[in-house]
Structures are given as structure tokens and as C-alpha cells.
Design a protein around this ligand. Structure first.
Ligand SMILES: [Zn+2]
Length: 278
């Protein structure tokens, strides 16, 4: 069956569904390929040199912010620096690039969470992005800590947390499956104690109801991985337009091939051909 898979189109971020293991699809144009079934098979990805903006379809020589053309990168609120640094949200100053987008995506409930992707980290996401965000980061466990009124406020809470906890994933360790066991319920209690004064101050400024401590359970996530790489070598379609190998696993937004790993998200917007060779 699988040897008949040969599709061409624009690459998208991999849709994934929580479960044990997480169920991944490869999204190429309108095609959705069930990836978990292809583990143990040889696959090939060819990039034909065309990148089309995921927002406006225009072709672009270079991809900005994982799939956008330069004009969109400069114009869209989704590409503004406050998306990476939510504490810099400037909606309240009346300078949001797209106020309507901001209202729908930023001025809505956000979750401040703890996750274990390569050790303990804090992160924030729009409430509707749970658990997608955690899967994209390759977290093996994650737990909501606070529900807050806006992206801006989640950023301010995250800044307070960063004094005590990392906010980055070591993706090499994540891909090696090199992850310590953590009790996230306990870590959540510990961190809430450490930031209690910061939270009190933020509540005084933004309203008592704007930050809620939540008592939600830990979510565990398993990934479809047959063989963990001993050394993590990365494929880059910009340098090597043909990538081939035995699919050994999928974690985060990475395909793990016996020849190296490839971050699918990084190549969003690239026109590719994907084939199963055996
Ligand atoms: Zn564009």
C-alpha cells in the first residue's frame, strides 16, 4: 500500500493528535498522509526550489518566520516581534498591526504551563492550542498552571517565571529521548510559591480575575519512535534539496530518519514531492 504514496504540493506544519502514541499526519497541499504507518519505511523528500507564502501564496526566494514572504512578514500581526515576546504586546497602545487579529488571537484566554520536553520549562499558549503546542515541542508531560486573560498578561507571568525555570527546549536532548522524569504537580506548586509576589502585583494592576490558578491534571504524551538517534544530525532542504532515509520516528515537528532529522515546521511553504520508496 505505502509504496504507492507519491504526492507533490506545499508543505505545512504536521497536524497531530494527542494519544499514546501521538498520531501524526504529513500535510502536503491538500494531501494528508498518515505518518505513523510509515515508520520502518524508506521515504524521500524533494524540494523543487519554489517557496510560496502560507498567507498570500506569492512565491518568495526565502521563507520568513517559517513560511511567510517578506511583505507578509513585515505586515502581519502574526509575524510581529510581540508574538515571540508576548510581554511586548502593544495592543493597548493602539499600534497592533492588525487589531482584529489581535482581538481574536491575543486578547483571549491564555494558558501558562509547565512542560517536560528536555527538562522543566515554562511556556504560554492560547487556550485553544492545548495540547497542540505541547506536541509541537515534543513534551512528554505537560500541565496547565495558570489561566490568564490575555497574551500580554501571560507574557508578564512568563517573565516572572523565567527567573526560576527555563523557557526553552533543548531540541537535541528532546530528539534523543534524553528526558528526566519530573513530577509536574510538585513543580507547579514550587513555582507558584516562588512567583506569589509577582502574581499579587500583576493582579493588583490587571484585576483579581485576570489570573487564575488551575488544578488541572498532567497530560502524558508518547511519540511514535522506533529508534532514538545516538547523534542528532539535521537535514536542511535549502542546502540539500533531496532528503532520503528510513523513517524511524516522529517527535515534535521532526521526522527522525536514519540519515538525520528534519524539522518539518522550518520548511512550511516549501513545494515538495514526498515518496515512500518501499
Ligand atoms: Zn505573503
Amino acid at each position: 500500500m505505502s509504496e504507492s504514496i507519491d504526492v507533490t504540493g506545499r508543505l505545512r506544519k504536521m497536524p497531530a493528535e494527542a494519544g499514546d502514541p501521538v498520531a501524526y499526519n504529513l500535510a502536503i497541499g491538500d494531501n494528508r498522509i498518515t505518518l505513523n504507518d510509515l515508520i520502518g519505511h524508506k521515504v524521500r523528500l524533494n524540494f523543487d526550489g519554489v517557496i510560496r507564502c502560507i498567507h498570500c501564496d506569492r512565491t518568495t526566494k526565502k521563507s520568513f518566520n517559517q513560511g511567510y514572504c517578506y511583505p507578509c512578514f513585515r505586515k502581519l500581526a502574526a509575524c510581529d516581534s510581540c508574538i515571540m515576546s508576548p510581554e511586548k504586546c502593544h495592543y493597548h497602545l493602539g499600534t497592533c498591526r492588525e487589531p482584529e487579529w489581535g482581538e481574536a488571537n491575543c486578547m483571549v484566554e491564555h494558558v501558562v504551563y509547565l512542560a517536560n520536553s528536555s527538562g522543566l520549562k515554562v511556556g504560554i499558549t492560547r487556550a485553544t492550542q492545548v495540547p497542540t503546542r505541547w506536541i509541537d515541542q515534543g513534551a512528554v508531560t505537560a500541565i496547565p498552571m495558570l489561566r490568564v486573560a490575555s497574551r500580554y498578561l501571560s507574557g508578564l507571568v512568563e517573565v516572572a517565571c523565567k527567573n526560576h525555570v527555563a523557557d526553552r527546549t533543548n531540541w537535541r536532548a528532546m530528539l534523543k529521548g534524553d528526558v528526566p522524569e519530573l513530577d509536574l504537580v510538585q513543580e507547579r506548586e514550587r513555582l507558584l510559591d516562588l512567583i506569589a509576589d509577582d502574581l499579587a502585583q500583576l493582579r493588583a494592576q490587571h484585576g483579581e480575575e485576570s489570573i487564575r490558578i488551575v488544578d488541572e491534571a498532567t497530560l502524558g504524551l508518547g511519540y511514535p519512535v522506533q529508534v532514538w538517534p545516538a547523534k542528532v544530525k539535521t537535514h536542511n532542504l535549502d542546502k540539500t534539496p533531496e532528503v532520503e532515509g528510513l523513517l524511524e520516528g516522529i517527535k515534535g515537528q521532526y521526522l527522525m530518519l536514519d540519515t538525520g532529522v528534519i524539522n518539518i515546521r522550518k520548511f512550511t511553504g516549501y513545494e515538495v514531492r514526498f515518496r515512500v520508496l518501499d
